[in-house]
Ligand binder design. Structure first.
Ligand SMILES: [Zn+2]
Length: 58
């Protein structure tokens, strides 16, 4: 049995028991997911974001 700490609510949970690991519950998993998406939306798109490999000389 491995104990991990839920990154959302800091509750100690059995890593091998739940299906929402490393979170204590599905709810905390969703909270973390929403946090990630929220941060992603806040990242501004830079001018060199598009056309990958366009200026690559082969
Ligand atoms: Zn939790």
């Amino acid at each position: 049995m491995r104990l991990v700490r839920c990154p959302i609510c800091s509750l100690t949970v059995d890593f091998d028991a739940g299906g929402s690991r490393p979170f204590c519950s599905e709810r905390c998993r969703q909270i973390d997911l929403g946090k990630w998406l929220g941060e992603e939306y806040r990242v501004p798109v830079g001018p060199d974001f598009g056309d990958p490999g366009e200026d690559e000389e082969v």
